[in-house]
Design a protein around this ligand. Sequence first.
Ligand SMILES: [Zn+2]
Ligand SMILES: [Zn+2]
Length: 253
Amino acid sequence: MRFASLGSGSRGNGSIVASQTTAVLVDCGFSYKEALTRLKRLGLDPDDLDGILVTHEHSDHVSGVEALSSKHGIPVYASRGTWIEVGTANFNKSIYINDLFSIGDIDIMPVTVPHDAREPLQFVFSCHGVRLGILSDLGSISQRVVEGYRDLDAISVEFNHDVELLHQGPYPGFLKTRVGGDFGHLNNGQAAELLKRIAGDRLKTVVACHISETNNDTSRVEQALDSALENQNIRRLIASQSDGFHWIEIGTP
Ligand SMILES: [Zn+2]
Ligand SMILES: [Zn+2]
């Protein structure tokens, strides 16, 4: 299995999870044209996609989904709540919390997360024994998340903001409260704490994603990653808004 990102942050998100025979896009918060350019960078054409998973209805995750799916006939998988909020007929496959489903040879477990959307889900992927977690847009660490994201080979996890930078930063008060709240986004400390709780022997790759360009900086993210993973032999990467990250191989496909 391998994964990559079209871009990650509050101005648009999209991740690709692929086996040798199947490719799945998780979210598309980019315009159609922009998504095409970003897919091409990864050597992909929209017609290569076997499905689009939507985590929740916020525009940085859905704004490009309808165009991409309708122009290329790609099935869209989302929770009922997300489907209702987005209100498009193209969201044609309902998925359910803790209800394993498959696209091609990739098995997908939807996990519920505390976030201020109607029915947000994040996903754990497995293929031929290799396990990858994608986790962003959650304001606190729930028991379900800890249980769902154990025994992974790789994880892409939200390091949204630094508490200090958020407080000092330019956001209006209500937005600071929202972002920093239990149904907002993970701060560096929370993300590090989560990693400590779920990191097992097989974890070899950690990508920090959904990083705020306003309320965080890479040196603080690196510090938090180091505090969580110490000197374990785990590869650490940081996803960017402009470039996401290029293909990362995990296990044999
Ligand atoms: Zn988001
Ligand atoms: Zn969100």
